[in-house]
Write a protein that binds this ligand. Structure first.
Ligand SMILES: [Zn+2]
Ligand SMILES: [Zn+2]
Length: 483
């Protein structure tokens, strides 16, 4: 029976493969079918095997062996062709059943990792478990609540892809290449002179941000991006459709003005600066490793609660929104979710430390007024630190997109980073040319995100969803190969 013979080949180990070429083995003393016909059917049989086996040499070997067995046992040409066709049909059917099973498993896996829609999200307005919502936001850094709150009993985590997540952690050297601060820097005192990152005017920080005598100035700029387009697509560009590049112009997406037409369509009473040098960032507000922070805040889990906590938050997705103040680029909103459950663990506005808030970056951040003490769900920077120190430690895998920006405003150093911008951007050579999250969301999840301002909770979720999708796809491929 051909089916019996085929099963015999299913366990042929790769090492024993002898038939590298797709040629029929001679049948002695004579074969019931001509050699050229055998070659034809062997090709068809191999085609079926190759659809289910990724390693072509194994597919060839199995096809050659099977065709030989069929030919050896067939009494006539008709018997030979019938058995070969039946064999091909069986392979096709087996492949279809395998595909269905895999599809079913993938669906079940996805069910195990539910995603949370914006509408379903619920998060306690109390910024700290030990504080009532009303008093929490008024807690200053000097009176930080004792971080010894007993943790609630952990829910049993659903099966997750966590075990494979560590494979995606980006090596430290690569993170450094991508401007991540991975070690505590030496303090570098900055010059007083700064260049506005918007209008490129040079200004004196001490003069501009004199808190007693705040001087206003005029900073004109375009908040949008500059794009290259043909004349016909620009407002007032005329009806003529000019495709020649020489007639192309650069225009701003914010106001459709051409480059150089005006100094800017937006005006602010102050210039803004954004230090990049880790030492200068450290001068404005110090960096801490997550372990250093936990030690400073004296967060010590006893053995039992440590295990419970780890079972709860083993990996997080995080995203921050920032604003410009007299202290540079500061945290204004933080959103984080638990990798296993996709439930929000942080979703709070944050009061900037700088007294003078110059620009809320509303077009991106979606924040339109300066977060103040007493606003529900609003935290101070130090309260955010307490929450993160309680929820995470050096073993926590932190997932995000362009995380160096988020971690630099948090001034936190985490050793285990999964960054979708580093891992999945098309350009893997130039760290300056990373794909935006919007592009990856479309590519991996077919989701159209960030249509206007950013939803930081969505920006925290999407990288986690991308990572899960990549891990699930890798699992499917592995199953296919091992068949
Ligand atoms: Zn503009
Ligand atoms: Zn400016």
């Amino acid at each position: 029976m051909p089916a019996k013979r085929r099963n015999d080949f299913d366990d042929v180990p790769a090492k024993k493969i002898k038939h590298a070429k797709l040629l029929p083995i001679p049948v002695l003393p004579y074969a019931p079918v001509r050699q050229d016909e055998r070659q034809h059917y062997l090709k068809l049989l191999h085609k079926e095997y190759a659809k289910g086996i990724d390693d072509n040499s194994i597919a060839i070997s199995r096809a050659v062996e099977e065709e030989y067995e069929i030919c050896k046992k067939s009494k006539s040409r008709m018997e030979y062709t019938n058995v070969v066709k039946k064999s091909m049909y069986k392979l096709m059917k087996a492949r279809k059943i395998g595909d269905d099973r895999r599809r079913e498993k993938a669906v079940n896996d996805q069910r195990d990792v539910p995603t949370t829609s914006t509408a379903q999200r619920k998060i306690s307005p109390s910024p700290h478990p030990s504080l009532p919502a009303s008093s929490a936001s008024s807690a200053s850094s000097a009176s930080l609540p004792a971080p010894s709150t007993p943790l609630p009993a952990p829910p049993t985590p659903p099966p997750s892809l966590y075990s494979q997540l560590s494979k995606l952690c980006v090596p430290k050297e690569l993170l450094i290449k991508h401007k991540f601060v991975m070690d505590l820097p030496e303090v570098v005192k900055p010059d007083d002179i700064e260049e506005c990152i918007r209008c490129h005017t040079k200004f004196l920080r001490s003069e501009q941000f004199d808190t007693k005598n705040h001087r206003t100035t005029v900073c004109k700029f375009h908040p949008g991006k500059m794009l290259l387009e043909t004349n016909s697509n620009i407002i007032g560009g005329g009806q003529r459709r000019v495709r020649n590049r020489e007639y192309s112009n650069r225009y701003y997406t914010c106001c459709h003005e051409l480059q150089g037409e005006s100094e800017g369509c937006k005006e602010l009473p102050s210039h803004v600066f954004k230090p990049e040098d880790p030492g200068i960032l450290h001068w404005f507000k110090r960096f801490r490793t997550i372990e250093g922070l936990r030690k400073t805040l004296d967060i010590r889990d006893d053995e039992k609660s440590q295990i419970e906590r780890k079972r709860r938050i083993r990996a997080i997705g995080i995203d921050c929104e920032m604003c410009f103040t007299n202290l540079g680029f500061e945290l204004m909103k933080v959103s984080a979710i638990d990798f296993d459950t996709m439930k929000p663990i942080l979703d709070n506005l944050v009061i900037p430390d700088g007294e003078i808030v110059v620009d809320l970056n509303s077009q991106v951040s979606g924040v339109y007024s300066v977060p103040k003490e007493g606003d529900p769900g609003t935290l101070t920077f130090d309260e955010v630190m307490v929450r993160l120190a309680e929820l995470t430690d050096r073993d926590t895998i932190v997932i995000g997109h362009g995380l160096e920006n988020d971690l630099n405003v948090l001034r936190l150093i985490y050793p285990r980073i999964v960054d979708t911008a580093v891992l999945f951007s098309e350009n893997q050579i130039d760290p300056m040319r990373k794909d935006p999250l919007k592009k990856l969301a479309w590519k991996y999840l077919s989701k159209n995100i960030q249509q206007s301002e950013h939803d930081p909770m969505e920006d925290a979720e999407i990288p986690v969803e991308i990572v899960k999708r990549v891990l699930m796809n890798a699992n499917l491929r592995k199953q296919r190969v091992s068949r």
